[in-house]
Design a protein around this ligand. Structure first.
Ligand code: IMP
Ligand code: MG
Length: 172
């Protein structure tokens, strides 16, 4: 059985989400925001973040998968855009569970830019910045880690553990 080493408790996660929401609400004060969550991992973070924002938001999702199985990235990102929100002229915040190599974000951003938004920024709950392989923008980060494969709070390993309310490092 793999071991789950605690990384962030539920309470620590909520404080970090609250802090991010305050920053974002401050930066977009008087404006409207379209939150675009990257499925599947961002669904829990987005739900928590959206409820703490004080600016009006619209919400949509984009599908991206780069991990075919287990914890090894295949490096190729598959995108599927089922969005039906018109983002032309609007401020967009792309919401991601975790930034690793950066390839997912780097693949999604041009697809969003083509839809003519006024601006696009990136918010990720976890940043593994030492593992970055491509340069990508990171505007709002909840927590940085150096290594490990994390699960919980939306993060999965082969589809499991997403529902854990805290975040753990999965050790095999
Ligand atoms: P990137 O394209 O390499 O930046 O990877 C981003 C995606 O890989 C994330 O949206 C996650 O779905 C997945 N991922 C990367 N690191 C982890 C991890 O530690 N746990 C779970 N999923 C991860
Ligand atoms: Mg993801």
């Amino acid at each position: 059985m793999p071991e789950l080493i605690p990384v962030l408790t539920e309470e620590e996660i909520h404080k970090k989400v609250e802090f991010l929401a305050q920053q974002i609400s401050h930066d977009y004060d008087g404006r409207q925001l379209v939150l675009i969550g990257v499925l599947k991992g961002a669904f829990i973070f987005l739900a928590d973040l959206a409820r703490k924002l004080t600016v009006p938001v619209e919400i949509d999702f984009i599908w991206a998968s780069s991990y075919r199985a287990g914890d090894t990235s295949c490096g190729e990102v598959t995108l599927s855009c089922g969005m039906n929100t018109d983002i032309r002229g609007k401020d967009v915040l792309l919401v991601e569970d975790i930034l690793d190599t950066g390839k997912t974000i780097v693949n999604i951003l041009p697809a969003l830019e083509k839809m003519g938004p006024a601006s696009v920024k990136v918010c990720a709950f976890i940043d593994k910045k030492e593992r970055r392989e491509v340069e990508c923008r990171t505007d709002y980060i909840g927590h940085s880690v150096v290594s490990g494969f994390l699960v919980g709070f939306g993060l999965d390993c082969s589809g499991k553990y997403r529902n854990l309310p805290a975040i753990y490092d999965l050790k095999f």
